[in-house]
Design a protein around this ligand. Sequence first.
Ligand SMILES: Cc1ncc(COP(=O)(O)O)c(C=O)c1O
Length: 425
Amino acid sequence: MTPAAISLSGEIQELVTLADAGRLDSEDPLRSLRSRFRIPPGLVYLCGNSLGPLPLVAASRAREVIERQWAEDLIRSWNVHDWFGLPERIGARVARLIGAQPHEVVIADSTSINLFKVVKAALGLRPGRHTILSEYGNFPTNAYVLQGVARDSAGQTRSRAVAREKILASMDADTAVVVLTHVHYRDAAAFDIDAITSAAHAMGALVVWDLSHSVGAMPLDLNAADADFAIGCTYKYLNGGPGSPAFIFAAGRHHDALDPGLCGWWGHRAPFDLVEDYQPAPGMRRMLTGTASILALATLDAALEVFDGIDLAQVRAKSTRLTSAFVDLVQAKCVGFGIDVASPMDSRGRGSHVALRHPQAYSVMQALIARHVVGDFRAPDVMRFGFSPLYNGYRDVWDTVENLVTVLGGEEWRRPEFISRGRVT
Ligand SMILES: Cc1ncc(COP(=O)(O)O)c(C=O)c1O
């Protein structure tokens, strides 16, 4: 076995041979969790940062909810199975993962819609300030929602996006709310939640964190950071299923004054009084809008059981070891193939996926997928490889780099079937 060496990234290079991969997997304290997911045999699945795989418990819960609750108990299920309480009950599960109090989180709608609601709520808490500050190049839905809020404000609010290095310097006395994604969707670069939040507070502004690419992959402590608002997807590292509903966090200190701007009957103080005028429900319940998808909530609830008893510090430790091993192997084996590591080299500033840049990234990824290594592509030239510590291992890292070397070295990506693009890329 080759002795461990220091890699270009300055971290210990642990994965040098195939035997290392086997040893590291056998020593992995989280290894048994993989058996809780249904992952097709032989597949290296590295898209958990986009759509997590199916937890077995979610499949059985979905069957139970369809066959018993829906089919047999029908409308009584709203009370008998407390369907109405699911947004708060599941919110409490997510709260543990993000360092919030159970009553500070609810599940509702999509991340895009929740962003709208928390931004409107934040603007309402900062009257007299007119700017929403965000990062240029963030996930497009975030930009679109903020632009929409500004357009709809009759000139009262403007949306200003700046390069990430300029965020701190761009906060001023007109900044009402800073909206940032903790871990960037493209390159996995991570912001320092504590530092940005305290800088914004010092300037009198509030902060909204999009935790879509960090929740479930690392410990988060929103209360310790004195965070104001957060939102995020549950279908990525939380494995809630395609399009599973998103979460919203608001710090308890803001609850009494929250106005989500998008008000529906599920957020009313007394929804079944069916009165004419809106009165907000106390606490986070007012952030709900209309009838939630119970099937989606129920499967998400079950999927989150996989996190019961799991130490997120251990999850993060494995995540950084996996991504570092991947970066090191790519650097060692892909020299001369036109590959650049687009993610931060220092694992402390990186989320749980690694972005590689290549001029033919789309075709290279298609060739990898044909070899049963599933990552994804982000235009124009990025391949993303997501490593979820719950089910990915060091052998996945090894196999991915071996296949990448074959695809690049043999120019397999030039084959015509790897060039045409589907509707979803
Ligand atoms: C940072 C971020 N925010 C939001 C979303 C998606 O939001 P929605 O679930 O509303 O489509 C994504 C999707 O990948 C994302 O990466």
